[in-house]
Design a protein around this ligand. Structure first.
Ligand SMILES: C[S@@+](CC[C@H](N)C(=O)[O-])C[C@H]1O[C@@H](n2cnc3c(N)ncnc32)[C@H](O)[C@@H]1O
Length: 241
């Protein structure tokens, strides 16, 4: 068995460098995903024609990574919030490793210029995002929610550019799904911009709509409503943005 110490809180990774050029598996990609609010590591093993997915708990992930390095691959790269760790298994079975700072992964950029791009900073608590598994109760972004948090911030930047003198808005989110963006939109207009907004989310999935309404009720978001329905059949007069 290889002697190797792996970091905690892996966000993503890749296992590559086939030991045998005739082996079936080409590479393995690793990603932390959220299943029922719990971070799980998803291993995607690529052959030349197919991808096989396997979800494992964090506690089992290290053994699985090490078994890939023992049996099939020589290279490993793992990204955490702070560092990118690289490992290489030599022909003699030793493991060489190094780490470098993960530039992309910092949610609050170091440079002052970039900082203005983030409307919502890591640590700014948006209660509904806790229910959706993106933030911890102290406002810290969960590792599984990290990509979504970046997407949310980009979305807010775009919305911020569109807003001029409006004081009141009616918004409909067609195909709102889990409504990460809908909740953040409500938070942005009501809590940050102090505007009067009505937001409607529409989706075909009843369970998702019920869950969204529960979260909206829980936080007293009285002007945020979710309905089950088909976009094609929606008839209410609404301003679209
Ligand atoms: C990819 S998800 C998008 C979720 C969300 N808007 C976002 O950006 O994260 C697309 C959603 O559209 C919904 N959808 C697809 N066709 C629809 C239709 N005809 N009427 C209502 N919802 C629909 C699906 O149920 C799904 O939840």
């Amino acid at each position: 068995m290889l002697e190797i110490t792996l970091p905690e809180k892996i966000i993503k990774g890749v296992i590559s460098g086939k030991k045998d050029k005739n082996q079936k598996n080409e590479k393995v990609k690793i990603e932390t995903i959220l299943i029922k609010d719990k971070p799980i590591l998803q291993f995607a093993t690529y052959t030349d024609k197919q991808v096989f997915h396997k979800n494992v708990e964090e506690s089992e992930a290290k053994d699985l990574i090490i078994s890939f390095l023992n049996d099939e691959f020589n290279n490993l790269e793992l990204t955490t919030e702070e560092y990118i760790y690289s490992y290489r298994v030599t022909q003699k079975g030793k493991v060489l490793s190094n780490k470098r700072r993960a530039k992309e992964v910092s949610l609050v950029p170091i440079s002052h210029n970039k900082k203005k791009n983030y409307i919502l900073e890591d640590g700014t608590l948006v209660p509904a995002l806790v229910d959706l598994g993106i933030q911890m109760p102290d406002g810290k972004v969960t590792k599984a929610g990290y990509d979504k948090f970046k997407q949310i911030n980009r979305f807010l930047e775009i919305i911020d550019d569109c807003i001029k003198e409006e004081k009141h808005l009616n918004i409909i989110d067609f195909g709102c799904g889990k409504s990460y963006l809908t909740f953040i939109l409500y938070y942005y207009f009501v809590e940050i911009k102090k505007m009067d907004v009505n937001i409607t989310g529409l989706d075909l999935k009843e369970d998702v709509i019920d869950h969204c309404n529960e979260i909206a009720d829980k936080y007293g978001y009285s002007k945020l409503k979710f309905y089950k329905g088909d976009i094609a059949k929606y008839r209410k007069r609404t301003i679209l943005i």
